[in-house]
Design a protein around this ligand. Structure first.
Ligand SMILES: NC(=O)c1ccc[n+]([C@@H]2O[C@H](COP(=O)([O-])OP(=O)(O)OC[C@H]3O[C@@H](n4cnc5c(N)ncnc54)[C@H](O)[C@@H]3O)[C@@H](O)[C@H]2O)c1
Length: 243
């Protein structure tokens, strides 16, 4: 039987990039997925490509009512067994070029969004008999990230929130782990100049920028029963960049 047969997974920011890669792998392994995102065209196109196993829901992760709608969509598909807190923004600025508005914008999407997401899925996961939450942090949540103070702050916060939630939710049968990707080839890193990209590449022992599927395979492991005894863990998927 397929590893995710009968399981429903909600992916925030699922319209493109790493979220889309996770959706494709999950559906290939028998899951149903709800793709939440602001990006209507990309989200609807991906859901159409994946067929009846996928549904797109317009979702702003900073809004509680949008989370409620996404959770309801998942339950209508057969319950909610997994959730990937994947939506995020990255507007890199050093400390002295970060104003309060930019700092707050990162906090709202990356941090408040993750908090609202974890809270929103708990009752549905309990009704499903337990579940697994994967919070997508970054190597910027394991060390200082160059020129990205606000982003770094939120990704460290996710690491701590993951551990606190893991303790809170273990008695409810819900596991919570964090994944820390290094540089991954998605739209998010198109802001880098060729020089910034070359510097990052030179810092990766494995010698290549990661692909969305590199992260997606690890996320599937954490969503699956193969990781049944893991909670509060942090897994770097970074080619060794954070070493
Ligand atoms: N690409 C990298 O190098 C890298 C490295 C480390 C961590 N990450 C993290 O991985 C996750 C996925 O990023 P990606 O690389 O696929 O980039 P991406 O920009 O392709 O994907 C991010 C998705 O989040 C969505 N999103 C943004 N704000 C949202 C909001 N308010 N509500 C709902 N959706 C929203 C975007 O529309 C987009 O589809 C992010 O959390 C990111 O911080 C990325």
């Amino acid at each position: 039987m397929a590893r995710f047969s009968g399981k429903v997974v909600l992916i925030s920011g699922g319209a493109r990039g790493q979220g889309a890669a996770e959706a494709r792998l999950l559906v290939a392994e028998g899951a149903k997925v709800v793709l939440g995102d602001l990006l209507e065209a990309e989200g609807r196109a991906l859901a159409a490509e994946l067929g009846s196993a996928a549904q797109f829901v317009h979702q702003d992760v900073t809004k509680e009512e949008d989370w409620a709608r996404a959770v309801a969509a998942a339950e209508a598909m057969g319950g909610l067994h997994g959730m990937v807190n994947n939506a995020g923004i990255y507007v890199p600025r050093p400390l002295m070029q970060t104003d309060a508005e930019l700092f707050e914008r990162h906090m709202r999407v990356n941090q408040l969004g993750c908090f609202l997401g974890m809270q929103a899925v708990v009752p549905a996961m309990e009704r499903a008999g337990g579940g697994s939450i994967v919070n997508i942090s970054s190597t910027a949540g394991l060390r200082g990230s160059p020129g990205a103070l606000a982003y770094c702050a939120t990704k460290w916060a996710l690491r701590g929130m993951t551990k606190a939630a893991a303790v809170d939710l273990a008695p409810r049968g819900i596991r919570v782990n964090s994944v820390h990707p290094g540089p991954i080839e998605t739209d998010m890193v198109k802001v880098w100049t060729n020089e910034q990209r070359a510097v990052r590449l030179s810092q990766i022992p494995i010698g290549r920028i990661g692909q969305a599927e590199d992260v997606a395979r690890v996320v599937l492991f954490l969503l699956s029963e193969e990781s049944a005894y893991m909670t509060g863990a942090e897994l770097a998927v970074d080619g060794g960049a954070s070493l």
